[in-house]
Design a protein around this ligand. Sequence first.
Ligand SMILES: Cc1cc2nc3c(=O)[nH]c(=O)nc-3n(C[C@H](O)[C@H](O)[C@H](O)COP(=O)(O)OP(=O)(O)OC[C@H]3O[C@@H](n4cnc5c(N)ncnc54)[C@H](O)[C@@H]3O)c2cc1C
Length: 417
Amino acid sequence: MGNKEQEIDTIIVGAGAAGLIAAGTSARLDKSVLLLEKMKSQGRKMLISGKGRCNITNDSYASHHFKKIHPNAKFLKHAYKKFFKDDILEILSQQNVEYKTERGQRVFPVSDKSKDVVNAISNWALSKNVVLQTDSKVEEILCNNGKIIGVEYTQKGIKKRVLASKVIIATGGKSYPATGSTGDGYNLAKKLGHNIIKPLPALTPLITEGSLANSLMGLSLKNVNACLWVDGKKQQEEFGEMLFTHFGLSGPIILTLSREAVTALDKNKVVEITIDLKPALDIDKLDKRLLRDLQEHGKKNIENIFKLWLPSKMVAPMISLCKISKEKRGFDISGQERKRIKHYLKELKFKVISSRAFKEAIITQGGISLDEVNPKTMESKLVKGLFFAGEVLDLDADTGGYNFQIAYSTGSLAANN
Ligand SMILES: Cc1cc2nc3c(=O)[nH]c(=O)nc-3n(C[C@H](O)[C@H](O)[C@H](O)COP(=O)(O)OP(=O)(O)OC[C@H]3O[C@@H](n4cnc5c(N)ncnc54)[C@H](O)[C@@H]3O)c2cc1C
């Protein structure tokens, strides 16, 4: 064992969004804080967030946030009452970071630089009572008679021990492990008797069977409707933008559907996604439109007529899917062929076989079971002095700034108690 043991008030494990807010909050309560971070610097995930712009929060009511949070948003009621979007925005204002609200009430820094947000939150958090120690990986949380007594960590290969009666685990999930979030918090909590809801990737691209997606690789579609089917039953529907990739489907609406898709795949269910390429037209209106175009342009080759309906990259794969000979002209298309065109335009089906791994998942679903955490304090119901904050908890949200808000609010509440 290394150096002599020190005793401080609160140890926070992980200097991401949750850990930093917890540190700043504890310090303002005049507590001595040791913030242990295993990477060389804090807030690595925040730096790459929002495509480098950091979607700080969502400027909407808590009731709206709750609609975007899974699996039990009510758990956050108390945390959001105590610290919500205006509180994080106030901290940023104090640190002279201006912000703006974009489509979908997403809040970003005016500079469009996540670095400004990380610097501001760090400046606010790392005040006089807080010591941030980087390159310090917490290996074990020490507990005696059901009470926290400290942690053991390694710093540059040297094992150390610090004593404290309060530890906040803010180690994040398992997604984008290169940022430091490798799921350590789950093991630390498990050793203390906590139940972990199986961590799975969420907000992640989906891998599909067959070569259709691959043949459309790089094509992005706007204003389409994607529908998720599990064991043949419609589960969820999203309207907006999507993208075809070499392995399958991605883009905003697919990421939103991915949570349920991954959960269902994990239970060995049959998962399919259908894309409605013409959501503005119901089946009768679409039929009329096809009939009109096929007649008006009857002398044209079918490939050219398809270009009236779809982006050129989709034309050849769709004609082949509809089993229509490329040589045919509009006049030659039979009723059966038109029926098939209509079907594929309204219900282009992909069988989902798996998802991209944690490496590419924006968020981790699952984590520390909420049943064993007090929602009024974020304290463990099993171990006195043990608290949780952020993505390590069994909480996750859709894109839009909701995930960071979970981290700030739970970080603040954990520190306040
Ligand atoms: C590419 C990408 C873009 C995103 N964009 C947005 C966005 O724009 N808006 C939004 O709301 N959400 C976004 N998210 C989600 C958001 O980043 C996370 O939900 C949020 O960072 C969770 O905060 P956290 O503090 O709980 O965990 P993290 O930010 O993951 O921080 C955990 C910290 O703990 C450290 N740690 C882990 N184990 C140990 C250990 N044993 N000892 C010491 N330290 C340890 C890690 O190194 C890390 O620094 C994005 C995620 C990704 C991957």
